[in-house]
Design a protein around this ligand. Structure first.
Ligand SMILES: *Cc1c(COP(=O)(O)O)cnc(C)c1O
Length: 219
């Protein structure tokens, strides 16, 4: 199967669920094949890698999905429409500052460490309430979604984590509905090549798929 065929098959299967086509380690030529076949959003892990290849990439919506260090925030704000991998107040404050500098309202998703794994980034479930309170004063940020990477387990075992994310998503959506604040949660980004079907069953509005489109990555 070619990249274009994979994109078309997956888009058909996803229906209304949005696809983030994960293009880390993929050359711009192949990224463009995906975009021409209908991929509207691409996801990259590293700011530097994307800076190096973005000139060759066709117009599309660009999401950062990898951990962001504060010293890379300026460029991340410059290059990405959405930063899905926001995982600390410190990085939020820096994003707010750099966005203000260029007159941008930066869309972000909050990454939740749903499996409470010490080696993974993300806010704890119990931190989210406090974080959202603090974000209200950051005028150059708009929170439009939640993102998670559940523990690396067979897809059926990831289901409870997806369920927990969906519950949080529904709760926050309801709480902020109609409020004039910068919390406008619309997207629930969860599910990758191995588990996106389960994630969709549990309410994902957006899945992030790489290897099922481009084949296995060779680092
Ligand atoms: C690499 C990556 C993906 C895609 O993983 P695949 O298993 O290749 O589909 C999704 N989300 C994040 C955050 C990633 O780093």
């Amino acid at each position: 199967m070619t990249v274009a065929e994979n994109i078309r098959t997956i888009l058909e299967e996803l229906g209304n669920t949005k696809l983030v086509c994960v293009t880390k380690t993929v050359a711009s030529l192949n990224i463009n094949e995906a975009i021409e076949a209908g991929a509207a959003i691409i996801g990259e892990n590293r700011v530097q890698e994307f800076e190096d290849k973005c000139d060759g990439v066709l117009p599309c919506e660009r999401h950062l999905i990898g951990h962001l260090q504060t010293n890379k925030v300026k460029k991340a704000v410059e290059f990405f429409d959405v930063i899905q991998s926001v995982d600390s107040m410190k990085v939020l404050q820096e994003i707010d500052k750099k966005a203000e500098d260029i007159g941008k309202i930066q869309q972000v998703f909050l990454q939740v460490n749903i499996g409470k794994e010490p080696q993974k980034y993300g806010f704890g479930l119990d931190e989210i309430g406090q974080v959202i309170t603090e974000i209200r004063s950051l005028r150059n940020i708009r929170v439009t979604g939640l993102m998670c990477i559940p523990p690396y387990v067979p897809s059926e075992q990831a289901r409870p984590y997806f369920k927990r994310m969906k519950a949080l998503f529904d709760e926050l959506k309801q709480e902020h509905q109609g409020k004039e604040d910068n919390i406008d949660i619309r997207e629930l980004s969860m599910g990758m090549s191995g588990d996106y079907r389960v994630a969709i069953e549990e309410g994902a509005t957006m899945v992030r798929i790489g290897s099922a489109i481009f084949g296995n990555r060779h680092y």
